[in-house]
Design a protein around this ligand. Structure first.
Ligand SMILES: Cc1cc2nc3c(=O)[nH]c(=O)nc-3n(C[C@H](O)[C@H](O)[C@H](O)COP(=O)(O)OP(=O)(O)OC[C@H]3O[C@@H](n4cnc5c(N)ncnc54)[C@H](O)[C@@H]3O)c2cc1C
Length: 579
């Protein structure tokens, strides 16, 4: 990405066709869609990219089997098609994930679940030819799943999963070793996809930038600029310097997720049909692989008749989520740091222990995090678990277009909805192209140059995280000996993740990372997968990270200390170390 200072200069000097507020997946998608249709685009994010809900999801790119229960068929179908497009556009980043619903005590897998999975299979078929490997298709083993890939007219490979099937108890144990002690008798195997939500946001932003968009984080929109009653841009405050300036733009798109009704509330609330955002908190816990070893994902029964996911992710096990309505608060910063609540952690641990026969406590967790879903309420007094994940678009009197709700999976659809509206009101002829724009570029792990000191396990993670740009990360790892080392590098560490200090330097140099939290919570995910190590009170890891960022950002020794301390405070507010 361009540097933050270059972005600031461009934002202050130019007039744009569109300014997008919010650097989560929705804003990133709108920026990409608009830029690829020929608009000049600015995007401003008040915190870090993806620091809102888009770094706090279950990391699934999925149809949402659960929503079938609510007969949200349109939503599931749409998300399944988007799932397919995401794998096609970013195969290194959005990967098929086999999931298992196990059965015990000699019982057959639940028939109703089978009916749901049948429907899921049928709805995920876009083109019949995608299921016929004999016609130019290649069958390839991905995560143990046999997936069908077919080359489309645009040269990109289509992906569609195999149909779900019943597997033996033995295969259930191979896929979910953590269940071995419970002797499962059989199970269903089906497929969805998994990603790193922040990387998806950053990759979409990088593509948007390739098409000319100017993106800048640490810029808070405080108001809209007006010309004759119509919005003509936004007023922003630079959270680093405190400077305030205007970004001139002919159109404003509000993609601020759960904060969408904070911008011009009077304008939004005056409009009769504007739906109300009802935030819902979702918590996840992260365990080490050896605590709950999984090769595939598992659907786990939990309290209150719900189910949760237990998923292999970045070498650990990710378990979630809860779904609780968030009480309305007069505090404008109430949702800035959403920490996991002890009762949510207890709920997830109870389900985990009951299902896998473990005896894990909060003090055993590698990490925990929570986020808030921007659910749209239509006044129906439903609980948040039942409220639809549908996206909503509304245009208010100043001409501002607000797009919120939806899911990570449906980012492209949401963006299309917003930009179609712009195109329509300007009567332009500019069709959406994002279904054919590759996101980043995949790289083969074996093509990455080996660098002395870099652990073997790092290469596959780098390829998945950065695609072709992993070459650049490895070039940085060669610059100074210590940059080739893992961030967590102590004999006393609880975890041994392969994330490198070079990634931290890369984040500061090429991805507008400004703080240790940016590097640990989002550019790498160590703040979630190795929270106990990186947020240890001795500040050792935090200081190492600040030290790697220092030459990039011109920090002196004193500033390194300040930044390391700031991360420890942020980690405490985020509640990543539980128990
Ligand atoms: C627990 C949980 C699990 C989930 N799991 C999944 C899943 O597995 N799969 C899936 O498809 N979806 C999932 N979702 C939903 C998905 O994460 C969200 O729908 C999506 O991330 C919302 O993205 P967004 O860009 O609309 O909002 P956000 O990511 O919140 O982005 C909005 C951005 O706007 C910025 N902003 C706010 N105000 C201003 C301002 N004044 N000026 C500048 N910037 C501002 C914020 O800082 C923020 O970064 C999950 C959600 C939760 C909470």
């Amino acid at each position: 990405m361009i540097t933050r200072s270059a972005a600031l200069a461009a934002l202050a000097a130019e007039t744009f066709d569109v300014v997008v507020i919010g650097g989560g997946i929705t804003g990133a998608g709108v920026a990409l869609d608009a830029a690829t249709r020929g608009y000049s685009v600015a995007l401003v994010e008040r915190g870090d990219y993806a620091s809102g809900t888009s770094s706090r999801s279950s990391k699934l790119v999925h149809g949402g089997l659960r929503y079938l229960q609510n007969f949200d068929l349109g939503l599931v179908r749409e998300a399944l098609l988007e799932r397919q497009i995401n794998v096609k556009l970013a195969p290194h980043l959005v990967k098929p994930l086999p999931l298992v619903v196990a059965a015990f005590d000699g019982q057959r897998p639940d028939r109703l679940t089978g009916v749901g999975l049948n429907l899921y299979d049928v709805m995920s078929v876009d083109k019949l030819r995608s299921r016929r490997p004999g016609r130019g298709g290649v069958r390839e083993e991905q995560h143990g799943a046999l997936a069908v890939a077919d080359t489309d007219a645009d040269g990109l490979a289509d992906w569609a999963p195999d149909r779900h099937r019943i597997i033996s108890g033995e295969e259930v144990c191979e896929r979910l070793p953590a269940l071995a002690g419970r002797n499962p008798t059989s199970g269903y195997l089906f497929y969805d996809c998994q990603t790193d939500d922040v990387r998806l946001v950053l990759t979409v932003l990088q593509e948007a930038e390739r098409f000319g968009a100017v993106c800048c984080n640490g810029l808070e929109v405080t108001d809209l600029l007006d010309a004759d009653g119509r919005s003509s841009g936004v007023r922003v405050t630079d959270v680093m310097s405190g400077d305030t300036f205007g970004v001139q733009a002919r159109n404003v798109v509000n993609a601020t997720g759960v904060w969408a009704d904070r911008l011009r509330p009077e304008e939004l609330h005056d409009e009769a049909e504007v739906p109300v955002i009802k935030p819902s908190r979702g918590t996840h816990i992260v365990l080490r692989h050896d605590q709950v070893p999984l090769v595939s994902g598992a659907i786990v029964p939990a309290g209150g008749g719900r189910t949760i996911f237990a998923l292999p992710w970045l070498g650990g096990t990710l378990i979630g989520t809860t779904d609780n309505e968030v009480e309305a608060s007069a505090d404008p910063h109430a949702l800035d740091h959403v920490a996991p609540q002890p009762e949510d952690i207890a709920y997830l641990l109870d389900a985990t222990n009951a299902y896998f026969g473990t005896a894990l406590a909060a003090s055993d967790l590698a990490g925990a995090f929570a986020g808030v879903r921007p659910l749209i309420s239509t006044g129906d007094p439903k609980k948040s678990v039942d409220i639809s994940r549908k996206a909503e678009l509304y245009e208010t009197s100043s001409g501002m277009i607000t797009i919120t709700g939806g899911k990570l999976t449906t980012w492209r659809r949401m963006a299309k909805l917003a930009v179609d509206r712009l195109v329509e009101r300007e009567a332009r002829d500019a069709p959406c192209r994002t279904h054919e724009i590759p996101l980043g570029q995949a790289v083969a792990v074996e093509d990455l140059a080996r660098v002395e000191g870099v652990p073997d396990a790092a290469y596959a993670q780098l390829a998945g995280r950065y695609g072709h740009l992993a070459h650049e990360v490895l070039r940085i790892a060669q610059e100074r000996g210590e940059l080739a080392q893992p961030v967590v590098d102590s004999d006393r560490a609880h975890t041994r993740p392969p994330d490198l200090l070079a990634e931290v330097a890369y984040a500061a140099r090429h991805e507008q990372a400004r703080t240790v939290g940016d590097a640990l919570l989002r550019r790498t995910r160590l703040g979630l997968t190795a929270a106990r190590d990186v947020a240890a009170p001795d500040g050792l890891a935090a200081r190492r990270v600040a030290g790697a960022m220092a030459p990039e950002l011109g920090w002196d020794r004193a500033r390194v200390e300040v930044e390391a301390e700031a991360f420890l405070r942020e980690a405490a507010l985020e509640g990543v170390v539980a128990g």
